[in-house]
Ligand binder design. Structure first.
Ligand code: FES
Ligand code: FES
Length: 159
């Protein structure tokens, strides 16, 4: 069965037709051309497909596209603005917090969500915040350092 869905994607209204069984990650990547969110497992384990759904992070391989109808969706493509990386993206770059980059969009979305709720997380809280995201390359240390540094940068901007 085919459904028409309408939602806000990175601030723009979009509509598309999807079959009832289609996963949101596949519609985002294959129908709407957003290749930031990745598919690592398609079973809710790796976090590579992490996006925001009505303000909270979700794994978009665990959601049917029809459930996006009427929602606000944000992907990693929403983080940079006017060609400028966000402070967190800059911190990932500066701290070499990625190698193959496959986990990175999910890591960024989870870390942004953490910093929004907790602007000064401890290392333990950072690790907890990214615990739903698996990285097979970095050993996590550089990712934790990047998030820690971005949290300090945020404090400098607010000061
Ligand atoms: S692709 Fe969604 S959690 Fe791995
Ligand atoms: S940088 Fe390769 S999986 Fe994280």
């Amino acid at each position: 069965m085919i459904h028409e869905i309408n939602f806000v994607l990175n601030g723009e209204e979009v509509s598309c037709t999807v079959s009832a069984r289609r996963l949101l990650i596949h519609v985002l990547r294959d129908d709407l051309g957003l290749r930031g969110p990745k598919i690592g497992c398609d079973t809710g384990h790796c976090g590579a497909c992490t996006i925001r759904y009505n303000g909270v992070t979700i794994k978009s391989c665990m959601m049917l596209a029809v459930q996006a109808d009427g929602a606000e969706i944000e992907t990693v493509e929403s983080l940079a603005s006017d060609g400028e990386l966000s402070p967190l993206q800059e911190a990932f770059h500066e701290h070499h917090a990625l190698q193959c980059g496959y986990c990175t969009s999910g890591m960024l979305m989870s870390s942004e969500f953490l910093l929004e709720r907790n602007p000064s997380p401890s290392d333990e809280e950072i690790r907890e915040g990214i615990s739903g995201n698996i990285c097979r390359c970095t050993g996590y240390m550089h990712i934790v350092e990047a998030v820690r540094d971005a949290s300090k940068a945020g404090r400098r901007v607010e000061a």
